[in-house]
Design a protein around this ligand. Sequence first.
Ligand SMILES: [Co+2]
Length: 497
Amino acid sequence: MAAPASPEAVPAAALAALSVADAPAAAAASASTAGDKQQQEKKEQAGGDDAEDSGDDEGEEEGAAAAGGDAAAKKKKKKKKKKKTGAAGGAQANACGVALFCQGPRVAPPAGTPSPYNANKAVKHRQQLSPVSVAVADMFKDKIFPEGQILPHGGEFNTFRTGSEEKRAADRLYDSMLTDLREAAEVHRQVRSDFMRWVKPGKTMIEISQYIERGTRAGLGLKYEAPPVLERGWGFPTGCSLNHVAAHYTPNYKDTTVLKEADVCKIDFGVQINGHIIDCAFTLAFDPRYDPLLQAVQEATNTGLKAAGVDVRLSDIGGEIQEVMESFEVELNGVTHRVKPIRNLCGHNIGRYSIHAGKSVPIVRNQDHTKMEEGELYAIETFGSTGRGMVLEDGECSHYMKVFDRAQEFRPLRTKGAKDLLRHIDTHHGTLAFARRWLDDNGATGHMAGLRELTDAGIVSKHPPLVDIKGSYTAQFEHTFFLKPSSKEILSRGDDY
Ligand SMILES: [Co+2]
């Protein structure tokens, strides 16, 4: 799930709001503040930002090539090389990810194939079915779930951590939380792998979301029809945002939208166990024309994951992501677009039952000096666009979430409907984001008036779709990782991406 607005674009007050929730309202408000607009205009005048039409883009690039092109080209090359010689895991994920999305759904590796990412003693003694219907907890011996991809922390100053006995011992503090997260990540991998084999153009967005939601519940050992419980379940609504819609779209009932061959669809879904949330997303496209766009975003996300580490500045990670993203071009209908990072969307740290816990990982460089810290859980997600590289709220809202911060003052509720709905939300979703469909499915039909009262009272926040300009295309890749003392673990990494 996307965290709207980078710290650069958000005033301190709005950032505080972001820390309690994902607060697109704050994002949209801040995105349209005079300060930001001015800054943006200044940038555009100075030519520091990408021009809108591709003709200018090319001119700019040629200019850059003429001026400092050599250095830039070298830098680019160095980056590429670095990636190839880097972790075998990362390169492999890149290679299969791209081919996979253009050819449509991929076929998962045969059962029993060891993952290159899992170094621990996880032993699978049962196979998954399609659709997903076996609980992941029943598939692994002694409930030891596969580890994610283990990478060293970014930054030269962190090299001491890798061999440190002391740090390794400190890792054990996080064992029980990591068991939850690894199980949730394995559910995510199995659900998405089965989904990719199933999905094809012609499915409705409701079918698509529900296929994933059913799979997630089954993988967690829950019955699909049973009411949601807080101990384990969906992390947030199943995002399936299309084309210029970058994030926060899932269909409400009555939405008849159908997935088309030419669509670019961001599948962003979450799995939580005891409030420990895996937030992980990929982009689905059937038309190979979008490959460079998808590749740009996938590589940008992998770059961010590699750079992350204890004491690494969030802005530096954003800078590296931006550089990789902007080194790609995509040609659509005879027009060449430089891929732009969507600068007011970012990654975020994750707290217990709190999808956005206060820190933002930007996908462009900014002025923020905040650093990552040991023991933090993060989702790095990057968004690339052929449009403006900026999103605004638009369209019917489907994502809602109870405001996490209890210290905040709420207005009192007037109607019984709102009070009942609040009790329903407290019981079934707590401070996790939820979809309107889930209220309907669980008996809270006709909830709209109550929901409006709860949002007006400031108890529940709404998170409408975040869109770039019409006609543009956006892509997203996202992984959740944990900063252990000795290393970082890319929990949601799979053989697919
Ligand atoms: Co997210």
